[in-house]
Design a binder for this molecule. Structure first.
Ligand code: SF4
Length: 385
């Protein structure tokens, strides 16, 4: 079974920390043009990878950008056009990322009727000052309203995203965010440490010294507090930044962590495809241009817009280890060997070193990063690859 990722490159306005590809201030004409081009891209994808018309699709994820900024009607039309081209499984997970303040009760009801069954809400914080500093378009009241309206619309699978390690944020404030998040009883919670990106307003304020990041110890304390709070509230920490009620893990994101097949549509979308046969035994990565204009021009010229790169075994192994070790259950090297051939000797040596140092656990044929080292998982992974 495959997944489909759709990148919706529009936002109401750019948040001060954001490095994702999206454009603010676009109108209905640009959105309609985008929707038409996306359907054309789906056709091109099927021409280039005809196996996708037969493998079955069990996850679709509309991310961005702010998918809900183009309106429920366009999103439902896009989903219907995908359903007409790719065979959807009966139990498909269909997620829309949504930002509070960009959804209405009627819009959420329309999404649910149109086949969306999971909402991923970009909450980030319950503190007005922090929301302001991040440049979010919503306040706390809109967060509460969108969760309530999502439930009333029939969404029984709602995830919320939170952010920590923000300039000016204290451990006490973060603890309040964590507690409040659990009171809304979401099925899924993501907690990401802010990564300042050069070139964003926040990155520039940090470079200029007008803002300062919390120190590493404080950020580590925030991470541990999230682990403790969510675990006490019945969530399982199943991936370095993700917590879920049993059975409510993100099936779509798991496809990335497990290097399974995901087709990427829309500007800046990435995909990983496994056409059967000898064409590319270790997979083909696709990468669309980070520009709606360029993406659209390629489609209008009749081309497939994604750059394609065939994976070799070493790259396939590296990517599978880096992505898979983000999950609590880790990876099964035997399974990876069946997919990507024998493990490259230098990777095996690195695994042995990390196991001996206690930075990796080996149990029942799997390797995993110990839970108490998850905050440092990037360091472990960089040693590995
Ligand atoms: S809403 Fe999301 S994608 Fe849009 S600017 Fe903010 S963080 Fe970036």
């Amino acid at each position: 079974m495959s997944g489909i990722y759709v990148h919706v490159p529009f936002c109401v306005r750019k948040c001060g920390y954001c490095d994702f590809y999206s454009e603010a201030g676009c109108g209905p004409a640009e959105m309609d043009r985008y929707a038409g081009l996306l359907a054309a891209e789906a056709d091109r994808l099927l021409e280039a990878f005809p196996h996708l018309s037969g493998t079955g699709t069990d996850t679709v994820f509309f991310g961005g950008g702010t998918p809900t900024s183009i309106g429920a009607e366009r999103l439902c039309t896009l989903l219907a056009s995908l359903r007409g081209r790719f065979p959807f499984s009966a139990d498909i997970e269909v997620t829309a990322e949504a930002n509070p303040g960009t959804v209405t009760a009627e819009g959420l009801a329309a999404l649910r009727r149109g086949g969306f069954n999971r909402l991923s809400l970009g909450v980030q914080s319950f503190h007005p000052v922090t929301l302001d500093l991040l440049g979010r378009v919503h306040g706390v009241a809109e967060i509460r309203d969108s969760i309530r309206d999502g439930r009333r619309a029939g969404f029984d699978n709602i995830g919320i995203d939170l952010m920590f390690g923000i300039p000016g944020q204290t451990v006490v404030e973060w603890g309040y965010d964590l507690h409040l998040a659990t009171t809304f009883l979401p099925e899924h919670i993501s907690a990401y440490a802010l990564t300042p990106e050069a070139g964003t307003p926040l990155g520039e304020a940090l470079s200029a010294g007008t803002l300062a990041m919390p120190d590493d110890e404080t950020v580590a304390e925030m991470y541990e507090l999230a682990r403790r709070t969510f675990s006490a509230a019945g969530y399982r920490h199943y991936e370095t930044s993700n917590f879920a009620r049993a059975g409510r893990e993100s099936r779509h994101n798991r496809k990335y962590w497990r290097r399974e097949e995901v087709a990427g549509l829309g500007p800046a979308a990435h995909g990983l495809l496994f056409p059967p046969g000898e064409r590319a035994p270790f997979g083909i990565a696709t990468e669309n241009p980070r520009s709606t204009a360029e993406w659209g021009a390629l489609l209008e010229s009749g081309a497939f817009p994604g750059a394609m790169t065939a994976r070799d075994p070493d790259l396939a192994w590296s990517e599978a280890l880096v992505a898979g070790l983000r999950e609590a259950c880790g990876v099964d090297p035997g399974d990876l060997a069946r997919r990507f051939g024998p493990i490259p000797p230098e990777r095996q040596a690195a695994i042995e070193r990390l196991v001996a140092a206690g930075s990796l656990l080996r149990e029942a044929g799997r390797i995993a990063i110990p839970a108490d080292m998850w905050f440092l998982s990037n360091e472990v992974l960089s040693e590995l690859v």
